[in-house]
Write a protein that binds this ligand. Structure first.
Ligand SMILES: Cc1cc2nc3c(=O)[nH]c(=O)nc-3n(C[C@H](O)[C@H](O)[C@H](O)COP(=O)(O)OP(=O)(O)OC[C@H]3O[C@@H](n4cnc5c(N)ncnc54)[C@H](O)[C@@H]3O)c2cc1C
Length: 457
């Protein structure tokens, strides 16, 4: 094994970090997850390193399955703690920009608070004796020698001594300093692609009155360029509901409690307002604004140090409106697990560029979808859409309009959203034929509540 340590370091105890720790524990004798925050172990709790956690966090089943592969029993553990399984859009009242989706089974989703998810992930991974969490320790740089990364520098409540490692994985989220750390070692900056539609969120927990008449389990009023304000309501653990308002520009949702309902009333359909008006707020409204898509293309750098990988939001983050970030993080962790299967730490150390590319490849489909949709908003900052993207917008508008009246098209749309099918599924001859057969001019959606649910699957 030469001078390569059989200890790995993961920076950040978020979704990407914890799942990657489990992937690495298959091949490294020890894995240390270094986290700048204190880590609450008594139960789910907010921590400043994950400031987005008071907002809605729905986990597509494909991501849950990748996470389950690394942490068997995760789904059961989450549902035992009250996480809710939803079938999308069957269990929803879901208003697309041009109409209501039929209540068919497209994709599955798990909803719970982000703090519960983080706590369960950490608790389960912590039961693995090869994995150790090092809280209140801030990674400040990389330790390098002979063209490779061999550890991290720390600012810590503990000894603060550097940690040596055969592999360092940066999963420190959107505020990652990996580009700066690499520059200190003489590596060039990655190309950064960025698209920002300027979305803001505001979320609040509610208790809904019991209702035997309620024939839905969740609501989603999507935004559109002509009406860039929307809202979501999903059940979470503890019998609570999370209501999230989202919008951009002058439509940024309010964080003042007394304006929350007024904004809900202003959406394209009254269904969300109707659901909330008699409900009991259980928390204040909390806002969040930093929602740009940003991909730091480390995988394209020609020169890359051995022993270092960047993944999760630190590599690529998405406008959260499409609910993709945690699923891509889980897919990347699984891709790392698959790629290092059968390798010893020395080979893993020297394969870091291949691992970097494997992790980055997991972002491609989600990136195309999120940035493509965001470019419909004319104010989106970033490279303006070319002829190809504009043509795709036109086709996709017709796909959504067809999906409002055709069960099979609707199902495929949600399989693509949920990442169980690639976007190309919407371009197969059979899919195109269904769209063509239902070609109609997409118009503004009716605001009235949709037809009662069926049991269609
Ligand atoms: C408003 C909003 C809503 C979202 N909704 C959804 C959704 O519905 N579905 C979905 O799938 N995704 C959603 N996301 C995306 C999701 O939050 C991220 O994709 C996901 O958290 C990425 O996980 P991560 O582990 O890469 O980063 P994070 O979860 O951000 O974790 C990074 C960790 O690194 C730690 N850290 C940072 N720097 C250091 C350092 N130098 N040293 C040590 N530790 C460090 C931080 O404290 C933190 O614990 C949403 C995001 C936002 C902003």
């Amino acid at each position: 094994m030469g001078d390569v340590d059989d200890h790995a370091v993961v920076i950040g105890a978020g979704v990407a970090g914890v799942l990657t720790a489990r992937a690495l524990a298959r091949r490294f004798r020890r894995v240390t997850v270094v986290e700048r925050d204190a880590l609450p172990d008594q139960g789910p709790a907010f921590r400043p390193g994950v400031p987005q956690s008071p907002q809605i966090h729905a986990f597509w089943k494909h991501g849950v399955d990748c996470a389950e592969h690394l942490l068997p029993g995760l789904t059961q553990e989450l549902t035992d703690h009250g996480a809710c399984r939803l079938i999308v859009p069957r269990d929803f009242l879901w208003l697309s920009p041009v109409g209501w989706f039929p209540r068919v089974s497209g994709a599955a989703d798990l909803t719970c608070s982000r703090v519960l998810l983080d706590w369960v992930l950490r608790r389960m991974a912590g039961a693995d004796e090869r994995i150790e969490f090092l809280p209140e320790s801030h990674v400040t740089g990389l330790v390098a020698r002979s063209g490779g990364v061999h550890g991290v520098r720390l600012r810590s409540a503990g000894s603060g001594e550097p940690l040596s490692a055969g592999l360092v994985v940066d999963a420190s989220g959107r505020r990652s300093e990996a580009a700066k750390w690499l520059a200190e070692l003489g590596y060039p900056a990655p190309t950064v692609e960025r698209y920002d539609a300027g979305f803001g969120y505001s979320s609040r927990y509610y208790k809904l009155p019991d209702s035997a008449r309620r024939d839905w389990k969740a609501i989603y009023i999507q935004t559109s360029p002509s009406m860039p304000r929307g809202g979501v309501l999903v059940p979470v653990e503890g019998g609570r509901w999370m209501a999230t308002l989202l919008g951009c520009g002058e439509h940024i949702p309010p964080t003042k409690d007394d304006q929350f309902l007024d904004y809900a009333r202003s959406l394209r359909s009254p269904v969300l307002y109707e659901a909330l008006k008699g409900a009991e707020p259980l928390s204040d409204a909390q806002g969040y604004r930093n929602t740009a898509n940003e991909w730091r293309h480390y995988e394209s750098l020609k020169r890359w140090p051995s022993g270092f990988v960047v993944l999760g939001d630190a590599l690529c983050r998405f406008n959260p409106v499409y609910g993709q970030g945690m699923t891509v993080a889980a897919m990347s962790a699984k891709a790392i697990a698959d790629a290092i299967d059968g390798m010893d730490p020395a080979r893993i150390h020297s394969s870091s560029q291949r691992l970097q590319r494997a992790a980055a490849a997991q972002s491609a489909n989600a990136w195309g979808l999120a940035t493509g949709e965001d470019l419909r908003f004319p104010w989106t900052e970033g490279k303006p859409p070319g002829a190809m993207v504009k043509a795709l917008h036109q086709y996709m508008s017709h796909v959504v309009a067809a999906g409002n009246v055709d069960d099979a098209t609707c199902r495929t749309i949600f399989q693509v959203f949920g990442m169980t099918a690639p976007p190309t599924a919407l371009f197969k001859p059979s899919a195109v034929a269904r769209v063509m057969a239902r070609w109609r001019t997409p118009t503004a959606a009716p605001s009235t509540a949709p037809a009662p649910p069926s049991t269609r699957t």
